[in-house]
Structure formats: structure tokens, C-alpha cells
Design a protein around this ligand. Structure first.
Ligand SMILES: NC(=O)c1ccc[n+]([C@@H]2O[C@H](COP(=O)([O-])OP(=O)(O)OC[C@H]3O[C@@H](n4cnc5c(N)ncnc54)[C@H](O)[C@@H]3O)[C@@H](O)[C@H]2O)c1
Length: 442
């Protein structure tokens, strides 16, 4: 009897004692069909993946903090342990890598892992600069038929993402014109923290700094709780990109999932006065995106930290939606947060008679668990919802907006070449400067 049929018949007869037939298992459950995963960054967000990981073979664990490493080893006792991800990636039996480190190392580890032929899941944001986004995407595209990749924007699994997409694609708001997303988090910081004490013995601080310029140790960078510690360092330019890369990754995903976007041709950004050390709290960025096969060119915007789009009607207070997206069409508006949406037909021609909701059989299927989508893709058709092409394009747009904000002018962008065509000064800002000895694409 096949395992699936056996389980079904056990369930039907309500058998109290579950005995599996002996013999080898085939398919996704087979021991031979498990991924050999390296988890890099084992605490905090890394822990959010343990449920997924316990179904696979975790063969390597890596963390710059030896206490964090030690807290994960009992769960994965067969894994070899490392403090330097470059040494970890030399382990020969790895075939998949999950990256849960601080933002400024994501693109490095993703590139090194792909260059060794591994499947990669990388926490958001995928990159901290335009250049990093382009290199990661190019590496993925070169190996598209061989590896599966996923950016860790797990809210994408909410069914609302597809319901929003269907409403936009099926014309519920007419012809699409403008799209925006926003977030209300405010994490003001004055500048890099002053030197305070020595790094504890269990923390390899030099490795934590990694490719970024050195900054003196301060325990404040490490004072957040598990999964929230990113909020202690992500406002500093050398470690993160503030809310642009943090909630911006999740919330712009809600918007991008409905617009089949490609890279922008312009970027603008304005907000708090520029601080060369920390990312602004208040910021808005605007982009022109080219037409695609089903829509004309559109304008896409990101607002954060108090900057907000204007509500189409006084009775909808967008400020009450902490993180949301709004789609403006010729016949109305669609407003959404991660798990719900409202449709506002325009008062003139928004009769909705032009729009036919999908039949039940035509709605986009559930994607299921986000991490499992990647795991199954690694073992199967390599297709994921947030691969490094989709995620790479999205973060490239966002990082270009940061360049426009820092340059203080509207930028013209050549998306093919990845070049700002109207400002040499801004063009120089599409890359970060790395410490000697660190290679982005190694
Ligand atoms: N998808 C989500 O909803 C979500 C939620 C929270 C955080 N995140 C992302 O997850 C990542 C980690 O966030 P966090 O709050 O857990 O931060 P954290 O500072 O707690 O870091 C996580 C772990 O990675 C280790 N680490 C850091 N740099 C490393 C390196 N170079 N090599 C090896 N280990 C390293 C740390 O010691 C720590 O154990 C961030 O990029 C953040 O943006 C995503």
C-alpha cells in the first residue's frame, strides 16, 4: 500500500495506533530527499525557521556569536559549527543555505552560496545597495535552471496578496495609474554609537562587522530580543538601510505582487535632513516604472516614518493602516494591508459593471507555507514566489530611491546598464565601499 493511501485509510478508520509500513520512503518525505542545509545566523530570525529545518538535514550551523551558536546546536546535533560563514561554505555536503545574519552580509553570503551551486533562502533585505542587488540577481539568473532562491518576505504567503493581485489584474479599479506602499515605524538614531567596553569573548565582533567599515563596539547594537535585534543596528548605513530594507521589503512586496514590475527609469527621494551615519525616519521615494504587456507606465512610491500618501476619501484614514499599499486606477482605488483590502469605486464611473469577479475555480491557488515553497522548489521545479529576480529587482528599486534621497535630486536611470545617467555623484553611490579582504562575489 502506498504511504499516502495508508495514512488516508488510517485517518478514515480512526485507528488509534498509527503504524507506518516498513520499507523505504519515496518522494518528499524520503530521507534521501532531504536538503543538506547550512543555517547562517542561528539565533533571532534564524529560530523562526527551525520548524521548517527540522524536516531537513541541518549539516552546518554558523554564527559570529558562540553563545547563539551553542543555543542552536542541541536542536541540530549532527551539524558542524562555524563562526566564519566563508569557512562554513567550504563544507562539501551542503546543498542549501539559509541566511539570517545582519543585513550588510546578506548579498555576500547569497553570492558565495550560489557560486558554489547551492539553493539559497535569504532573509530580507536581499541587498544593501543597487550594486549588491544587481550582482545577486545576475548570479541567480545565470543558474536559474539549477537552483531555487527565496527572499524571506514570508508575509507573501497570506492569501490577501493574491486577492489584491486579482482585483488589479482583472480591472476592478480600471486602468492602473499609481501604486504606493507605506510603513509607520519610527526608529530615530542620532549617529553611530560611541565606543563602550570590549566585545564579549563569545562575540567575534570583527566578523560581525565583516565587509563594512569598522565602528567601535557598543553593546547597544546587540541589545534587542531574539528576532527583534535587527532594530538595534538596521538604522546605521553600514549595517542596514533602515525601514526601506526592513518593513519596506515586506510592504513593497504587497504592492509589487500586483503590478508585474520591472526596474524603474527614474527615482526621487526626500525626507529628514541627510545624516551620513543613519537612515532617515521620515522619507518618501517615487519611481517611474515602464509599461508591461497589460498596463501602461505607472508611478510607484514608498512612504515611511510619518510621510504618507493622500487618502482618496476623508472617511478612510490611511494612518490607521500601519503598513499598507494603495492602487489608484482610472475607475477607483484599492487599499490593502497584509491581510485585508477595501475597494473604493470612483463616484463617477465606478459602477463595477465592467468588472467580473473570478469564479472559484479561477482564483490564484494558495502558495502554502512560505519556507516550504522554497524547500519543495529545491527538490522539484525550482519555482518560488520571491526568487532573487523578483526580490532583486524590488530591492534594487528601493536602494536606487535611497541614492536619490542621498543625492538630493531626481535621477534618470538606465535599468539595463544599472547606471544613473544624469549625475556622476549619484552614480558613485550605487555601491558600498568594503573593507579589504572581503569580496562581494567570491
Ligand atoms: N522576515 C522577517 O519577518 C524578519 C523578521 C526579523 C528579522 N528579519 C531579518 O533577519 C535578519 C536577522 O535579524 P535578527 O533580528 O535576528 O538580528 P540579530 O542581530 O539577532 O542576528 C541574528 C543572528 O545572526 C548572527 N550573525 C550576525 N551577523 C553574522 C555573520 N556575519 N555571520 C554569522 N552570524 C551572524 C547574530 O549573532 C545572531 O545570532 C535581518 O536581516 C533582519 O532584517 C526578518
Amino acid at each position: 500500500m502506498k504511504r499516502r493511501h495508508f495514512l488516508k485509510s488510517v485517518a478514515l478508520t480512526g485507528a488509534a495506533c498509527l503504524m507506518l509500513p516498513r520499507g523505504p520512503l519515496f518522494g518528499a518525505d524520503a530521507p534521501s530527499n532531504k536538503l543538506n542545509v547550512a543555517l547562517i545566523g542561528t539565533w533571532g530570525r534564524g529560530g523562526a525557521h527551525f520548524d521548517f529545518l527540522k524536516k531537513e538535514n541541518v549539516v552546518a550551523l554558523c554564527d559570529v556569536n558562540e553563545e547563539h551558536l551553542a543555543s542552536a546546536t542541541p536542536r541540530f546535533p549532527n551539524a558542524k559549527t562555524y563562526v566564519d560563514w566563508r569557512q562554513c561554505l567550504e563544507q562539501k555536503d551542503i546543498n542549501a543555505v539559509m541566511i539570517c545574519t545582519a543585513d550588510h552580509t546578506h548579498a555576500f553570503i547569497a553570492n558565495w552560496a550560489m557560486n558554489r551551486g547551492h539553493h539559497v533562502y535569504c532573509e530580507k533585505p536581499l541587498a544593501n545597495s543597487v550594486e549588491e542587488a544587481r550582482v545577486v540577481r545576475a548570479n541567480y539568473l545565470q543558474r536559474k535552471g539549477k537552483i531555487a532562491t527565496q527572499v524571506g518576505t514570508q508575509r507573501h504567503e497570506y492569501e490577501n496578496f493574491n486577492r489584491v493581485r486579482e482585483l488589479v489584474l482583472d480591472g476592478a479599479i480600471g486602468e492602473l495609474k499609481n501604486v504606493c506602499a507605506w510603513g509607520n515605524r519610527k526608529l530615530g538614531r542620532p549617529g553611530y554609537l560611541p565606543a563602550q567596553g570590549e566585545p564579549p569573548k563569545h562575540l567575534h565582533y570583527d566578523l560581525w562587522i565583516g565587509p563594512s567599515p569598522m565602528h567601535p563596539f557598543n553593546p547597544g547594537y546587540f541589545s534587542g530580543g531574539p528576532g527583534m535585534n535587527c532594530l538595534q543596528w538596521n538604522m546605521y548605513w553600514d549595517f542596514g538601510t533602515g525601514q526601506v530594507g526592513d518593513m519596506g521589503s515586506h510592504t513593497m512586496d504587497l504592492a509589487w505582487n500586483g503590478i508585474d514590475a520591472t526596474l524603474p527609469t527614474t527615482a526621487e527621494g526626500k525626507g529628514d535632513p541627510l545624516n551620513p551615519e543613519v537612515s532617515p525616519v521620515k522619507l518618501e521615494m517615487h519611481f517611474d516604472l515602464p509599461a508591461n504587456t497589460w498596463r501602461k507606465p505607472i508611478r510607484v512610491s514608498w512612504y515611511q516614518g510619518g510621510a504618507m500618501p493622500t487618502s482618496p476619501t476623508p472617511y478612510v484614514d490611511l494612518n490607521k493602516i500601519g503598513h499598507g499599499a494603495m492602487f489608484e486606477g482610472s475607475k477607483g482605488y484599492l487599499i490593502a494591508d497584509f491581510q485585508s483590502r477595501i475597494l473604493i469605486p470612483s463616484s463617477n464611473d465606478g459602477s463595477l459593471t465592467y468588472y467580473k469577479p473570478r469564479k472559484e475555480t479561477e482564483v490564484l491557488p494558495r502558495m502554502g507555507n512560505f519556507q516550504s515553497e522554497w524547500g519543495n522548489a529545491c527538490k522539484g521545479n525550482l519555482k518560488t514566489s520571491c526568487n532573487f529576480e523578483y526580490g532583486g529587482n524590488m530591492i534594487e528599486m528601493m536602494m536606487l530611491g535611497v541614492v536619490a534621497y542621498r543625492a538630493g535630486k531626481k535621477l534618470e536611470y538606465d535599468p539595463e546598464k544599472g547606471v544613473v545617467t544624469n549625475s556622476t555623484e549619484a552614480n558613485a553611490m550605487i555601491k558600498r565601499t568594503y573593507r579589504p579582504g572581503w569580496t562581494l562575489n567570491g
